[in-house]
Design a protein around this ligand. Sequence first.
Ligand SMILES: Nc1nc2c(ncn2[C@@H]2O[C@H](COP(=O)(O)OP(=O)(O)OP(=O)(O)O)[C@@H](O)[C@H]2O)c(=O)[nH]1
Ligand SMILES: [Mg+2]
Length: 437
Amino acid sequence: MKFVDEITIYVRGGRGGNGCMSFRREKYRPNGGPDGGNGGRGGNVVLKAASNLQSLADFERRQRFAAENGSHGEGNAKNGASGKTTEFCVPCGTLVYDSGSGEGVADLVEEGDSFVAAMGGRGGRGNRVFASSARMAPRFSEKGELGEERSLRLELKLIADIGLIGLPNAGKSSILAALSNAAPKIADYPFTTLSPNLGVLKTYTDAVVLADIPGLTEGASGDKGLGISFLRHIERTRLLLHVLDISARDADAVTRDFRTVRSELEQYDPELGTRPCVVVGNKIDACEDPAVYAELAARFSALGMDFMTASALSGENIPSLAMRIIEFSRAHPRPKGCVRMFADCRVIGIDEMKQGGAKDRVQIISLPGGGFRVLHDRLEKAAERYDLSQSENVARFSSLLRKYRVEELLAEAGAVSGSSVSVGGTEFDFYPDKYGD
Ligand SMILES: Nc1nc2c(ncn2[C@@H]2O[C@H](COP(=O)(O)OP(=O)(O)OP(=O)(O)O)[C@@H](O)[C@H]2O)c(=O)[nH]1
Ligand SMILES: [Mg+2]
């Protein structure tokens, strides 16, 4: 399947159901009380990390995700049902960015990590809720709120413990196949591997995830070969295996190969140059001159690097390489949560919505055409919720405008009788009670 590690999707929470305005009708009871039920909440759109996925390829076919709307409230005090949540899976290691602001909003690392990508709108309240001793027959209800909608950029940075790097054809995929359950494509030409492969090295007690990526060439950071963007998939590893082809080569040539790859690695991210690394001299079966690897061992130990020879083909030294990996992984367990690039999931609750703070400031923007826009979270939501074709709702909305001193603010901003004012998606003409002429 095609490997995709970046994609933009669009998510929309379900709309809340409308509240109902109704009065109880029963034989011999002419003045039954208000009995309009509440609308149900719109469903959320949720992203969830699943370990059986390794690419964002599924999203190439579908990029729009919407959750179900809440049902409308009904008479006889019947509340509408909530909309179902739409849940979809992404690979572990998916970073989520808000496309508009570019801000990172979630990093789904572990299997089951989930994130509410778009909240469903609240259901409108039915007239039954508004009944009180002072207002026994409220003739109004609320509309449901729209669900949250936004576009998100998903970026995959695979989660693996060990990363395999090296020139094309060095034998990275062969080493992965020898160490793990993976069966990557292996062939005697460069750039056999075109996208990352994951494999698991398993023992009775341990399971270590290895990532094999396409080969790096000289100039990869300048976009030669397959470029270096694949290096993002080893960013979250804790140990690198630098695979070198030592067959039919002298020590100088092998050292040059090593430097080429290191330099590309460091150009991508200098921090990767300091990551713990084991240098694997592969294809020892085809290396006729033992003096070459003795020389290499001396050079790498002088550089302070861990060096060992192996053969993916004959299996020589593969068990000791596996042991080394497992020992490292035990000594450096994956820090839970620490590999996250930013917050693991966004916790949005009703509490957050209720929080006032800066949100409580009303802003008036005077528009180029002469109109005015009122910016305020609660007022915008109210404009959406209140069904303004019901006269009592118009009165409620007006009292809310008074509470936030919107008329005074509009007048200060230069609004006169008849100026057009918009709050959220609702537009009306400005006829102030106090400031009217
Ligand atoms: N003799 C010998 N050949 C090997 C050994 N390991 C790999 N090869 C051969 O080297 C060639 C390249 O192996 P791959 O595993 O595809 O190399 P790679 O580093 O993954 O290459 P790219 O994916 O192109 O970057 C294949 O023909 C393998 O059979 C080994 O230990 N000994
Ligand atoms: Mg390969």
